[in-house]
Design a protein around this ligand. Structure first.
Ligand code: 5GP
Length: 201
């Protein structure tokens, strides 16, 4: 489980897209949210959009691996798709906030790798948020306040990457994923392989 968090505008969406394009063994975890759908977003692909009562009943049924309130809306990771995918040996990419990262790390410890992306400056972050052109001034002010709060949780992550240049940032994140996959404890079948080596000749 590979978690990518950042304040909005720090490049998480672009880095996620590039990782998924580059890596066929990586699947995106699609969250459930009560946030209204934005123009261009596809239900079932970007999020599973739902109502407050439906979200609450999923919480009651313990259907989430983790869930949190972000910007006044609810977001959660449904358990089912992750359990099936991990069983098949797939890796999952999570675009979730620090609360979700904390919950997943507590639950799944050794199976989780978390990366936090930082913007090069607060000015650049605001510029990136404004250039999207999708949110009102009030929403942007709220997101900037939230960004500062999100940044304060940087020290709960395994890795931190400063996104000065999106391509360089993507390459750094890809290297982290590659290195973490090479950890001895994550390489299945290694015991048999080494036994085979010892028996040769
Ligand atoms: P947005 O509304 O801009 O798509 O996402 C707002 C924030 O919610 C982002 O920081 C995103 O990472 C976070 N988020 C999205 N899905 C989940 C989820 O399932 N769980 C948690 N904890 N955070 C999420």
């Amino acid at each position: 489980m590979f978690i990518l968090s950042s304040p909005s505008g720090a490049g998480k969406t672009t880095v996620s897209r590039k990782l998924l394009e580059a890596d066929s063994n990586l699947r995106m975890s699609v969250s459930v949210t009560t946030r209204p759908q934005r123009p261009g977003e596809v239900d079932g692909k970007d999020y599973h959009f739902t109502t407050n009562p439906e979200f609450d009943s999923m919480v009651a049924e313990a259907a989430f691996l983790e869930w949190a309130e972000v910007f006044g809306n609810h977001y959660g990771t449904p358990k089912a798709q992750i359990a099936e995918g991990l069983e098949r040996g797939e890796d999952f990419l999570f675009d979730i906030d620090w609360q979700g990262a904390q919950q997943l790390s507590q639950r799944a410890g050794d199976d989780v790798v978390s990366v936090f992306l930082l913007p090069p400056s607060i000015g650049e972050l605001e510029h990136r948020l404004r250039s999207r052109g999708t949110d009102s001034d009030e929403v942007i002010a709220g997101r900037m306040a939230r960004a500062r709060a999100e940044i304060s949780h940087w020290d709960g992550y395994d890795y931190v990457v400063i996104n000065d240049d999106i391509q360089a940032c993507f390459e750094q994140v890809r290297k982290i994923l590659a290195a973490e996959r090479m950890r001895r404890t994550r390489q299945t079948g290694l015991i048999e392989f080494v036994r085979g080596l010892m028996q040769e000749g």
